[in-house]
Design a protein around this ligand. Structure first.
Ligand code: HEC
Length: 426
């Protein structure tokens, strides 16, 4: 039996992603000029409209013919250069559910559409418009609304933790969580569960909604599930047997990163929970690989950090999420199998803090034994300009708890092999 391992994170796309996979209906014959309705809209609705819609995180909508035609040349250019859609993991280094990468054929199709005069085509060919607003997974069983927060117009980025109590009575099993940021100033969110009242008390001690600073240790990810959100992320339901337990009266602690917009903004995110009556039969563990002893000499060129871990039991990689802040250049993770073969897990060659990869569920992870991973903060780190600006600081002063990571595993499973994995990952 295989154990489940989450490298950094777990669970994004499942059945929904499969449903979302738009196909080109009735593809144009090679010599027929492509039309918006028949050929282009299905691609854009599938790959772009998650962000480029009226209330999405992108600055303009790409849904109607008029909206798309106006930017046709630019769309051809940014898709050809692969600037859009944002998808950082390199092709050929791990396969992910919910990949946003365009195929060469799709890029060529957009080119041909622009080159042949951006025909609109027959409205009857249009696919259903993408959902805008609302919940991707349908009406949630429980909706938790965070207290409204007023983000100052300027100043540094704000990291703040909001506490919201799970209503009702008894125990629930959550098979899906959808986060609605409520505003494009929300850069990312991490959601943990606190079974104690410690987070709530800290929040109450702070006059504004939420509290600042590090999240308390009493708040943690539930049973090895990583609950996070980045813009444009597709929500999904957990596969069978992988729900997580949530007790009424527990608090969700939502750590938000805001980027001031130049205007004072009132922001009120909400969380939708999708429940099941089926308790989990498989419990994942999170392994965090990374380093907290980063000490990059001023002006250093390429600076490499790595970490690895040997699994004591067979495991199945469910999901992987690299995490680094501003200084990483490249992130690279792989598994070394018994025999020495290397299996790529993820590779990002141009790390960009502003373009965080979504938590990607690996679809290629079965049956690894003895997994050695270099990554998370691993790969090469380049101090870049920041190091020049901060070059007079004493060595070591640039260590950041947020750039580091620690190994950790959690698995409350009666299965002795899983327990061993969990113990050894601590
Ligand atoms: C994950 C969210 C997301 C997805 C998916 C996405 N975009 Fe964008 N797009 C953005 C954001 C945010 C910006 C504005 C910031 C920027 O230019 O990077 C943007 C900017 C653009 C721009 C303007 C670029 C410029 O130089 O000003 C174009 C054109 C564009 N997107 C086209 C597309 C197309 C076409 C797709 C699908 C094939 C797509 N985008 C998918 C988020 C997204």
């Amino acid at each position: 039996m295989k154990r489940l391992v989450c490298l950094g994170a777990i669970l994004t796309l499942s059945s929904l992603a499969v449903l979302l996979l738009a196909e080109h209906r009735r593809p144009a014959a090679l010599d027929a000029p492509p039309t918006f309705a028949r050929d282009i809209a299905p691609v854009l609705y599938h790959r772009c409209a998650g962000c480029h819609r009226a209330d999405g995180p992108a600055p303009f909508s790409l849904v109607t013919y008029a909206e798309v035609k106006k930017r046709a040349t630019q769309i051809a250019a940014v898709t050809r250069s692969r600037y859009m859609p944002p998808w950082k993991p390199e092709d050929g280094f791990g396969a992910f559910i919910g990949e946003r990468r365009l195929s060469e054929a799709e890029i060529d199709l957009i080119d041909r559409w622009v080159g042949t005069g951006t025909a609109e085509g027959d409205a009857a060919d249009l696919p259903p418009p993408p959902r805008s607003g609302g919940w991707q997974l349908g009406t949630p069983d429980v909706i938790l609304t965070l207290p409204a927060y007023t983000l100052p117009a300027g100043g540094p980025d704000v990291f703040r933790n909001f506490v919201v109590t799970v209503p009702g009575a008894g125990t629930s099993y959550v098979r899906g969580l959808e986060f609605q940021p409520g505003h494009a100033a929300v850069h990312h969110a991490n959601i943990r569960v606190d079974a104690t009242t410690a987070s709530r008390r800290l929040d109450e001690g702070d006059p504004a909604p939420g509290y600042e600073g590090v999240v308390l240790h009493s708040a943690d990810y539930p049973d090895g599930h990583f609950l996070g959100w980045t813009p444009g992320q597709t929500s999904s339901l957990a596969p069978d047997g992988l729900a997580w337990r949530l007790d009424a009266g527990n608090d969700l602690v939502v750590q938000l990163h805001f980027r001031p917009t130049g205007r004072t903004e009132r922001i009120q995110p909400s969380i939708g929970l999708y429940l099941t009556t089926v308790p989990p039969t498989r419990l994942p563990a999170i392994l965090r690989l990374g380093r907290q002893d980063l000490d990059i000499p001023p002006g250093a060129g390429r600076y490499r950090v790595s970490d690895s871990y040997v699994l004591p039991v067979d495991a199945e990689v469910q999901a992987i999420q690299p995490h680094a802040h501003y200084r990483a250049r490249e992130v690279n993770a792989w598994a070394t199998q018994p025999g020495g073969a290397r299996r790529p897990l993820i590779r990002i060659e141009q790390w960009d803090f502003n373009c965080q990869p979504p938590q990607s569920r690996s679809s290629a992870g079965a049956g690894l034994v003895g997994l050695a991973i270099v990554g998370r903060d691993g790969g090469r780190v380049d101090p870049g300009d920041d190091a020049v600006r901060t070059g007079s600081r004493p060595a070591g002063s640039r260590r950041s708890p947020q750039d580091g990571a620690r190994r950790r595993g959690r698995l409350r499973d009666a299965d002795p092999a899983s327990a061993r994995l969990c113990r050894s990952a601590k």
